[in-house]
Design a protein around this ligand. Structure first.
Ligand code: AMP
Ligand code: ZN
Length: 482
């Protein structure tokens, strides 16, 4: 079945078809972090969403080139560099390192390329030169170079492709130096910002004098350098639709005269406890804040992936507790399946004779086709999770009635691994033994060795009260959850 995705450009759900005539290669660009602080949980919703898109495209057999830029020069960064009196690279490097570490914590697949704006100044300058040569960009009295919306529209191009703009109601023709500007103004935006005393050491030479690039042009230059003038997918959070992505389209198409991106995907925002995140409300969480509260990257990833990407998601700490319980149900089921597959190391497991190909089919169940159908439908992840938990229930029922053969259990585990190559929540097929239980087990072993059977029996009873039984096997004691 074909993958269907909502395209912000056409405002409709469209079948995804790569530009590659062979239908194999896919170029995908996601606007990456502005490295001026630790990424917050809202940012992570968008990056985990991009990871889901990448993983699912690969699951469907596409050969994806995934690009995510690092915005390492921009208004907010310059401000913080000035405030902290730190050199630009030193300042951004610490947050970039943190970002990469967090990416790993959330089990996001590393993008193939992570270009830095500061390392693409020649490409950025060349792109601006093209726009100036085409008469769409101009140098203003302040020494900065601006993109002219009027000239662009005069060439028959549309400004307002992603967001319908009503030019009659909007303030048109203003000029903005800031990277982000208000929705009610359609302003000529800065491509190159002339050096000011506030910029400190952050400037580069250019044909228009010393200065630095605007944020929007960075993404146009880096994406087209790596993926070409026209590529398949461009992603970001919904707040980037205007002005950032609208400006990316205008700059890129204005310079090349070719369509920039075929499919635009935007992830909806994340709220915390129903409100927009803000430090003053005390609902602002970085990933690290949540880890410090004892949650794991896996639990956070799961929660971020529970809602459809086009729905606003309400993040709560209770939701994280729910994520822990849900993952526990998956882990427990996988642990039991593994016990059947590896009966030698797990003597307590139910054994039935291997049943061959037919059993393998039964064990795999409908997990793969059903979850694929859900994800093909504009990445309907909540439907995919419902299918996963239906499968867990089915497996648990069959485990309880001891009607699952080793082959079926193995097939079930393989099916889960395939589906999890998209979900990326892993799955501990070994049941995790808490440290406290392990210590009790060790103490019992020591008591047995010392032939203190009274004590070893007491410890066995204590373990039972805590929900664990011990089976003594020739290979040593095995713990089993009751
Ligand atoms: P930034 O580092 O500010 O450039 O943002 C990185 C990404 O996070 C962008 O794609 C934003 O659209 C996205 N983003 C920012 N805030 C949120 C939020 N509350 N929910 C979802 N995505 C967000
Ligand atoms: Zn961007």
């Amino acid at each position: 079945m074909a993958l269907k995705l909502f395209n912000t450009l056409s405002r409709s759900i469209q079948e995804f078809a790569p530009l590659d005539p062979a239908g194999k290669k896919v170029g995908m660009y996601c606007c990456g972090p502005t490295v001026y602080d630790f990424a917050h949980i809202g940012n992570w919703r968008t990056f985990v969403f991009a990871d889901l898109v990448r993983r699912y495209l690969e699951f469907k057999g596409y050969s994806v080139t995934h690009v995510m830029n690092i915005t390492d020069v921009e208004d907010k960064i310059i401000k913080r560099v000035r405030e902290t009196k730190t050199p630009l690279r030193e300042f951004t490097q610490q947050y970039e390192a943190a970002f990469l570490e967090d990416l790993k914590t959330l089990n996001c697949v590393l993008p193939h390329q992570m270009p830095h704006a500061t390392q693409h100044i020649p490409q950025i300058v060349a792109l601006i030169e093209k726009l100036v040569a085409r008469g769409i960009a101009y140098k203003a009295a302040d020494g900065s170079v601006y993109f002219s919306i009027e000239k662009y529209r005069g060439c028959g191009c549309t400004y307002g492709r992603l967001l319908k703009l009503n030019f009659d109601e909007m303030r048109v023709g203003e000029r903005v130096a800031s990277d982000e500007y208000a929705k009610e103004s359609v302003a000529d935006f800065a491509l190159w910002k002339a050096r000011t005393p506030d910029d400190g050491d952050v400037f580069w030479p250019s044909p228009w004098g010393e200065g630095r690039p605007g944020w929007h042009i960075e993404c146009s230059a880096m994406s087209m350098k790596i993926l070409g003038p026209t590529f398949d997918l461009h992603l970001g959070g919904e707040d980037l639709i205007f002005p950032h992505h609208e400006d990316e389209i205008a700059q890129s198409e204005g310079a090349t005269g070719q369509p920039f991106v075929k499919h635009w995907l935007h992830g909806a925002f994340l709220l915390v406890e129903g409100k927009k995140m803000s430090k003053s409300l005390g609902n602002f969480f970085t990933l690290r804040d949540l880890l410090a509260k004892g949650f794991t990257g896996r639990e956070i990833r799961y929660l971020l992936l529970t809602a459809h990407y086009r729905e606003t998601f309400n993040f709560t700490l209770d939701g994280l507790q729910g994520a822990r319980a849900a993952l526990g149900r998956i882990d427990e089921c996988l642990g039991k399946l593994k016990e059947i597959v590896e009966p030698l190391t797990r003597p307590s497991a139910t054994l039935s004779p291997p049943g061959g190909e037919k059993d393998r089919e039964k064990g795999a169940s409908k997990l793969i086709p059903n979850s694929t159908a859900a994800l093909d439908d504009d990445l309907n992840i909540s439907a995919a999770w419902a299918i996963v938990f239906e499968w867990v229930r089915e497996m648990n029922r069959r485990l309880a009635e001891s009607s699952l053969s080793a082959d079926e259990a193995a097939a079930a585990l393989t099916a889960w691994e395939k589906v999890d190559s998209v979900l990326g929540v892993g799955g501990k097929s070994e049941i995790e033994i808490p440290a406290e239980i392990n210590s009790l087990l060790e103490a019992r072993q020591a008591a047995r060795k010392a032939k203190d059977f009274k004590k070893s029996d007491r410890l066995r009873d204590e373990l039972k009260v805590k929900g664990w039984t011990i089976e003594d096997t020739p290979k040593g004691p095995k713990l089993k959850k009751i």
